[in-house]
Design a protein around this ligand. Structure first.
Ligand SMILES: NC(=O)c1ccc[n+]([C@@H]2O[C@H](COP(=O)([O-])OP(=O)(O)OC[C@H]3O[C@@H](n4cnc5c(N)ncnc54)[C@H](O)[C@@H]3O)[C@@H](O)[C@H]2O)c1
Ligand SMILES: O=C(O)C1=N[C@H](C(=O)O)CCC1
Length: 246
């Protein structure tokens, strides 16, 4: 497969370049500056249109503003598009949904297979404990731009779709703040080189259930993203998630 990795010089993109190259795929990179990663040529972003001519898939781990810029070009080129970038607003999601009318778009906030398993366990836990208090804590490296993480938002979306009514997301607490039954506390920690940890707490009836996932390297995201790209090349245009791949 001819793969274009956008964000190839990044923390995660460089792992994806290594993973895809290791599987024998032909890889080129795109980033804000030209470079070389794992012996793979990285081109500046203005070169993306011509790089799409021979591409079988694009994998994007950049920033929301870059993804929004690329989506139209990639859709026009008719190339399947795997998006791992997080931190989009509604407009960004709309741009990707529009692209999925003409190409296969697979967007996931987390390409670790263990997080897909966590989401299934979260649904079962909330179904079994519908009246328990819910709190979420996520921890990532000190360089992460967006908060809360895309994965945290995905977990909370699963909680909301499983409960009778959506919970009001309270981001941190300070001063006098007694807890309402209708709220979920969302707590964000940024420190060191943490690759990604998510903990969901369900508490009530004098007991606690904690559901936790910890990524111990970015290779786990890279493996999932390349699996997704390999799968997506065989799909019709449309909107897909990583759960479709598993
Ligand atoms: N879905 C997942 O499994 C998953 C896993 C890890 C990271 N992420 C997400 O991936 C994104 C990148 O994270 P990171 O830590 O690898 O970032 P990073 O800052 O290390 O790398 C960002 C990359 O994007 C490129 N870039 C930035 N602005 C650009 C622009 N305007 N045009 C072209 N390229 C541009 C940079 O050159 C760099 O290569 C974040 O949104 C993060 O949340 C998702
Ligand atoms: O390192 C990051 O940044 C990560 N971002 C994703 C998110 O926002 O959920 C996935 C975990 C790692």
């Amino acid at each position: 497969m001819n793969l274009v990795v956008v964000g190839a010089t990044g923390r995660t993109g460089s792992e994806i370049v290594a993973e895809a190259s290791g599987r024998g795929h032909d890889v080129v990179g795109v980033a804000t500056t030209s470079d070389t990663v794992e012996d793979v040529r990285v081109y500046p972003s203005e070169d993306l249109p011509e790089l799409l001519d021979d591409a079988d898939a694009v994998v994007d781990f950049t920033v929301p503003e870059a993804t929004r810029e690329y989506a139209g070009v990639i859709a026009e080129a008719g190339v399947p598009y795997v998006v791992g970038t997080t931190g989009f607003g509604e407009a960004g999601i709309e741009t990707l949904r529009a692209a999925s009318e003409s190409i296969a778009v697979l967007k996931a906030s987390n390409f670790a297979r263990g997080v897909q398993a966590l989401l299934r366990v979260v649904e079962a836990g909330v179904e079994a404990l519908p009246d328990y208090d819910v709190e979420l804590t996520e921890t990532h490296h000190s360089g992460k731009r967006d908060a809360p993480s895309g994965t945290a938002n995905t977990i909370l979306d699963v909680v909301d779709s499983t409960r009778e009514a959506a919970l009001e997301r309270t981001h941190g607490r300070e001063g006098e703040h007694s807890r309402e039954d209708s709220e979920v506390g969302v707590h964000v920690r940024r420190a060191g080189t943490v690759r990604g940890e998510h903990e969901l707490l369900l508490a009530g009836n004098d007991e606690l259930l904690t559901l936790t996932h910890r990524a111990e390297s970015r290779r786990v995201f890279a493996a999932g993203a390349v699996d997704a790209a390999e799968w997506l090349t065989g799909q019709e245009p449309g909107w897909y998630g990583f759960d479709d791949v598993l």
